[in-house]
Design a protein around this ligand. Sequence first.
Ligand code: MN
Length: 468
Amino acid sequence: MVKRSKSILIMPSIPVDGDSLGSALALYLILKKIGKQATVVCADPVPEAFRFLPTTGIISSEFSAARDFIVTLDCKKAKIKDLKTKLEEDKVNIIITAKKGQFTKEDVSFSHGPSRYDLIITVDTGDLEQLGRFYEDNTDLFFNIPIINIDHHASNSFFGKVNLVDVMGSATTEVMVPLVRDFEEEFGQKLMDEDIATLLLAGIITDTGSFQNANTTPRSFAVSAQLIRFGARQQEIIQHVFKTKHLSTLRLWGRILTNIRVDKEHRFVWSTISKKDFQDTGSREDETGGIIDELLTNAPGTEVVLLLKEKKDGIISGSIRTTTPAVDASAIAEMFGGGGHTQAAGFKIHSNDFAETAQSVIDGIKAFQAKRLNLGEKTDSSASSPLLKAKRAEVVKTMIRKAEEVAEGTPLRSPAIEQSVTKKTAIDAEEEEVTFTETILRKRAETTKNSDDEGKLIEPGITYKFED
Ligand SMILES: [Mn+2]
């Protein structure tokens, strides 16, 4: 398909990260080298942390899928003597003078010119909706132009004509490395270079959290070793992605840590971040990237980690991590209309009531865990007004039903993943290690004269407040 195409549209999913950008830009450079016209379009701006990546400047945030509109005049019955166009305020008159005979409206027909692109390649995109407004505004484009779908999300909906989806890949860029080799053979030229290797390695490093996440496999290491041999600039990636933090990001992280709640019984940790938190800390919505992996998953005895963000325009987005493959993060995300991987997933909810929605999501996840862990039915009576209670009960009921459906439906993951997953022993709540969160508590107890919470560990249902 690539060989047959002239003009290829490359689309990474949003929100963009090191993997979607790395795979899109690496593909761009490769297609250029084999003489194709390639365009990378992305509905979101490139986050600052990733602007160091080679060729990010070529990404365009606008694209027009509009095709030419063609008015055809049949000249079988009459011949044209003259053709003029006359612009009026809101219209164009096409004035056709016949040499012989008379034109009638039956001689006129309408059509569209060919598309500007003859192939779409989506990268790191589980579902076309993840392309954001580009998909919403141009849905027909995706029916008319063949799609190659390169991805590693377990929730991928196989929307492409060709689907190169490898759910065992730690990143889309990992899936692409053998593809580059195939292209080199097929087109008989060396394609891999230092920039392409850097882009591909950036995807693996960001999606594995620098080889710390559970999705890291022997192949992630092997492929990364190969890329470093090809000249990938590993230190540059680490420096920009992990070691550069804005003060606003640190302030935002402070807020997120302050809002951490722990429910030991359901082995569930969550935090929320509101629009006001973003405003107060002067941070952007994309600055929460990484915190869920770096901090929240360190909570002891936890299986499910949730970070809820209140974004602009009434959108609430949730990120889910699970600390064991026995709990399927994508199954939880699906309860709220999202998807993702076995241990990392996300969802979006349209709502203007952050507190209400957050509570519903939290209750839904508790129900999911209660079912899974065979905990007795327990109802949360924190809703204050009877009306609110009734409304919430309704939402929760639906979510619990969904949670039960999901928890019952086995297998939660595809047999392929099931086989490859090494069973981890359940985390024993009694044998908690001293973790980051705990360390903060201890440090705070040491550094402040206020000895109220000295030596306290995180307890279920209790809110620990830290000063900024
Ligand atoms: Mn990815």
